[in-house]
Design a binder for this molecule. Structure first.
Ligand SMILES: Nc1ncnc2c1ncn2[C@@H]1O[C@H](COP(=O)(O)OP(=O)(O)OP(=O)(O)O)[C@@H](O)[C@H]1O
Length: 314
């Protein structure tokens, strides 16, 4: 497998009032050609900092990184010609232009020959499913349409790697679905994609491999199944109950990470973790707080694994 990104001991510190803040601390990973690679972590973990360094917008303060074999510090120009990036919730579009006019403008900036522009723009609009709206002014676009237009713009230079920082942020479910489908399409066209997202289901659906970042350090890396398997020891349960005393159940130390959600009072879904693995014992214990209608051990989701790994992040 061809390595397209190699990150070695990468570090980035920021000067702040009370000294320095390590946004990235000794981070190392590799990305292979054609992968959808997810960077996941809580706010402030260092995801955007990593992407900014790899897209040559920010210099590292330690370690090194190569993108397509080029060093991010000394060969940034060569990298920029071959990659592109979209930040979630990006504005920066020219509302009074139509999508076609907007893409023409960027084609000119990218020095695409005039006679090739019309055909290229038609193909891009088709790909991002905006062909029917190409004559519409951008300020009338939904957020999802605008985001897909940004992606069309980023494809003008035929990037080998596309960096997408929270691409579905603020999109409604349908808009997010169209965008995820577009990511899959780009990936099947051979583009390597580096993605950050806070939506675990999205990461599970799209990513070939995932890295968890926590406090500027890489804490785990693997494919979604490996990451979920690493949490197979967790005993997570879901109960459906006719619950008379939610507060006492929450305080009971037999259960940890209790989450109670009302279905329709007095019926609740209760999610929790236990040390016990004998279902009858768990059921008996739950029975102190109401009638157990259903109890099942949950399959570990990527979100469960994420919550478990990030538990001690302040
Ligand atoms: N210009 C800056 N000056 C000082 N600190 C900064 C600067 N940019 C980022 N940081 C800090 O670096 C850390 C990492 O930030 P970064 O934006 O990379 O996190 P993130 O994982 O992308 O978070 P989010 O999910 O909120 O986008 C944070 O603690 C942030 O406050």
């Amino acid at each position: 497998m061809q390595k397209v990104i190699e990150v070695n001991g990468l570090a980035r510190s920021y000067k702040i009032k009370k000294g320095t803040k390590k946004a990235l601390d000794d981070v190392s990973f590799e990305v292979y050609k054609g992968e959808v690679f997810g960077l996941l972590g809580p706010n402030g973990a260092g995801k955007t900092t990593t992407i900014k360094i790899l897209t040559t917008l920010l210099l590292p303060t330690g370690g090194n990184a190569k993108v397509l074999g080029y060093d991010v510090v000394t060969e940034s120009r060569k990298i920029r010609d071959k990659i592109n990036f979209v930040y979630g919730g990006e504005r920066g579009v020219y509302g009074r232009l139509t999508a076609r006019e907007y893409l023409h403008y960027f084609c000119t900036l990218y020095k695409i020959k005039n006679k090739e522009q019309t055909q290229l723009i038609s193909e891009l609009l088709e790909l991002v499913e905006l062909k029917d709206n190409e004559g519409q002014k951008i300020h009338t676009y939904s957020k999802g349409m605008t985001q897909r237009l940004h992606i069309a713009r980023c494809l003008i230079n035929e990037p080998q790697i596309l960096f997408l920082d929270e691409p579905t942020i603020g999109l409604d479910p349908l808009g997010a679905r169209l965008l995820r489908d577009l990511v899959k399409k780009l990936s099947s066209n051979g583009i390597t994609i580096i993605l950050t997202t806070h939506y675990m289901q999205e990461a599970d659906e799209l990513c070939d491999r995932i890295a968890f970042i926590k406090n500027g350090k890489l804490s785990m890396i693997g494919n979604p199944e490996e990451i979920k398997d690493s949490c197979n020891h967790l005993k997570l349960y879901e109960a459906t109950m006719n619950l008379s005393d939610t507060e006492s159940l929450k305080r009971d130390s037999f259960f940890t990470n209790v989450e109670i959600e009302a279905i329709k009072e007095p019926f609740y879904t209760v999610n929790f973790e236990v040390d016990e693995s004998i279902t009858e014992k768990i059921s008996d214990h739950l029975g102190r707080y109401g009638m157990v209608l259903k109890l099942r051990k949950k399959d570990i989701s990527l979100e469960d694994a994420y919550v478990h790994h990030m538990k001690d992040v302040g």
